[in-house]
Write a protein of this length. Structure first.
Length: 332
């Protein structure tokens, strides 16, 4: 910062010092993020043929290892899952046993891949979390198909919002998207409860539509508590509440939460503002306060619902239920 001071000014006067500090305050140099340049740009060539989107696109998941992108869409007589290449070429679709996809997640390792879908339908396939092979073969059903509930034995869901699966096989489910449940469950790889937290409410550890869930490398579970307009954070081993962020969401709650490939930021979709918020991710220790680093403003009425990040390229994919498309944003 360089100030040009007239020679007649007395730098020792209180009046000048007051003006000087007011000048600094106006530009808020205390924040290292102010004035940061645009971080992402739209890849206008993805997908190659947008006409393959024939329904409402609710969710998207990236298989970074095999360079595939899975899209879940809703509608009558439309394929419920579309599969694209990283470059945007349509590959294939499948429709079996999927009624109303809400969230989608891909677990991909060197030896195996599986696609997990939360189904909020009210028909015979609904209220479930399902595991599929990459080609669409049904491998596992969690919950009681067609029956909403809160039971753990047998396991029941009511409009489960999203699922996140670790390489260990441990499963995190946020349940639900407006039903009777407002909870976060951790299940073992044999589908037994490890811990459960959350009831309907505004207090610590309570939820009003837990809508999205993800993990960081430091053993923390991040939940988009949509209608409470906050993100809550829990210990992945014990389920203990670690803190929450609300100051970034006074205008609209978080719909989706995902980390960038380097885990420096969180990408949060805000559907009613038609934007992505980019938040500074805290290192190990206290989560501190929410810091909004940047935003990506989308077109009016695109309504970004859920997002996913390619953990190799860093690209962000946005499922937009208003625009009925998925868009890809690449880091600059």
């Amino acid at each position: 910062l360089i100030l040009l001071i007239p020679p007649s000014w007395d730098l020792a006067t209180n009046g000048y010092l007051f003006l000087y500090f007011q000048f600094l305050k106006a530009f808020d140099y205390s924040s290292p993020w102010k004035g940061q340049q645009q971080m992402y740009k739209l890849d206008i060539g993805w997908p190659k043929i947008p006409e393959y989107f024939t329904g409402q696109t609710f969710c998207v998941a990236v298989d970074s290892l095999h360079r595939l992108v899975y899209v879940g869409q809703r509608g009558d007589n439309v394929p419920k899952v579309l599969v694209f290449s990283e470059e945007g070429y349509f590959l294939y679709s499948w429709n079996n046993t999927v009624e109303m996809p809400h969230g989608i997640f891909v677990l991909s390792t060197a030896t195996d891949s599986s696609v997990w879908i939360t189904d909020v339908g009210t028909g015979k396939y609904g209220h479930t979390v399902k595991q599929y092979s990459p080609s669409g073969k049904l491998m596992q059903v969690l919950g009681t198909p067609g029956n909403a509930g809160s039971s753990l034995i047998p396991l029941q869901f009511d409009q489960p919002s999203e699922v996140f699966v670790e390489e260990s096989g441990d499963i995190y489910v946020v349940d639900g998207d407006g039903g009777m449940n407002n909870r976060l469950l951790k299940l073992s790889n044999d589908y037994k409860e490890i811990w459960l937290t959350g009831t309907n409410g505004t207090g610590i550890g309570q939820f009003k539509i837990p809508h999205s869930v993800t993990l960081d490398p430091f053993g923390r579970v991040w939940v988009a508590d949509r209608d409470n307009k906050r993100i809550q954070v829990f210990d992945k081993v014990t389920g203990e509440w670690l803190g929450s962020w609300s100051s970034c969401f006074s205008e609209d709650g978080p719909y989706s939460v995902r980390f960038t490939a380097n885990y420096k930021y969180l990408i949060v979709a805000q559907l009613n503002l038609n934007r992505l918020a980019i938040l500074a991710a805290p290192p190990v220790g206290s989560i501190g306060d929410c810091i909004m680093v940047n935003t990506v403003q989308l077109a009016d009425e695109t309504k970004p619902h859920l997002v996913d990040v390619d953990m190799k390229s860093g690209a962000v994919y946005v499922a937009e239920i208003g625009a009925q498309q998925v868009q890809k944003y690449i880091p600059l």
